[in-house]
Design a protein. Structure first.
Length: 272
């Protein structure tokens, strides 16, 4: 229902833009529009905000990903590749009696275990989401070295060295904190796979935080960009984004309300 109503909305908005532009011309009276009253308000509101209305309806359709359109592959296979194995119950049962020796603080809320390249590591998580990595054998702090992050990046690049690797402390064009929280800093890998697939790894655990393939890139710009207006970091900043979106939403609301009123008025004449 949502998909087909959106398709109808795209058709109505596109035809409205077409006729609105055709009717916008100088006449002998000096007027640019042939309409008056509510129709005049709808005409000018449509000229000013019709394109925004169209992009919002279109990007709303993209959010439904009909027919798996712009649906990313996900990172399940890569995550399994980086793990190189799974945690077994035998490993857990042998480790549990020793956990009391793990250095903890009063802010510790949980202990996590993750396998990376076949080796188990433990993570002390505190109430502010700060995490510390420990060797599962000796229960000593063991941060993930840079060379191991690079080796993970090599695994993610099947055609040789990655195009680029770096540590980011602020969001970029594909991995950023706006409507959804992201974990930063992150180790960014642009894979040498012919598609420049992007991976964002947790520098503490090495786990994949996000994967952006070709479909995800299209989805980012055609849905998130058009629908949320978060094309750049400046537009995402507050209160710039709030002001920008309020202006656009008020304009498109004016288009929709005037159009709806005109539609009901026309229906009333048809049945009278």
């Amino acid at each position: 229902m949502v998909i087909w109503l959106t398709v109808i909305g795209i058709f109505l908005t596109a035809t409205g833009l077409y006729f609105g532009l055709r009717q916008f011309k100088t006449r002998k009276s000096g007027r640019k529009s042939p309409y008056r009253g509510l129709s005049l308000w709808h005409h000018y509101a449509g000229l000013l905000f019709g394109l925004v209305t169209f992009t919002w309806v279109l990007s709303g359709l993209f959010s439904m990903q009909p027919g798996a359109l712009m649906e990313g592959e996900g990172a399940q296979s890569e995550a399994q590749l980086l793990r190189g194995g799974d945690i077994t119950w035998a490993t857990i049962s042998a480790l549990l009696p020793r956990l009391a020796a793990l250095p903890m603080t009063e802010n510790t809320v949980r202990i996590e275990g993750r396998v990376l390249q076949g080796h188990l590591a433990l993570y002390r998580v505190e109430n502010d989401a700060t995490r510390m990595r420990f060797d599962a054998g000796y229960l000593q702090a063991k941060p993930l070295p840079q060379k191991e992050l690079l080796s993970l990046a090599m695994l993610l690049s099947p055609k040789g060295r990655p195009v680029a690797t770096d540590m980011i402390t602020a969001g970029d064009g594909y991995y950023y904190d706006h409507h959804e929280l992201v974990r930063l800093p992150a180790y960014r890998v642009i894979a040498n796979d012919g598609k420049n697939t992007r991976y964002y790894l947790d520098p503490v655990s090495g786990e994949i935080l996000d994967k952006i393939d070709t479909n995800d890139k299209w989805y980012r710009w055609l849905h998130y960009g058009l629908h949320r207006g978060d094309f750049t970091g400046f537009l995402r900043s507050r209160p710039v984004w709030d002001i920008f979106m309020w202006i656009l939403m008020l304009g498109t609301t004016a288009v929709c309300i005037t159009g709806t009123c005109m539609g009901f008025r026309r229906l009333g004449r048809s049945f009278s």
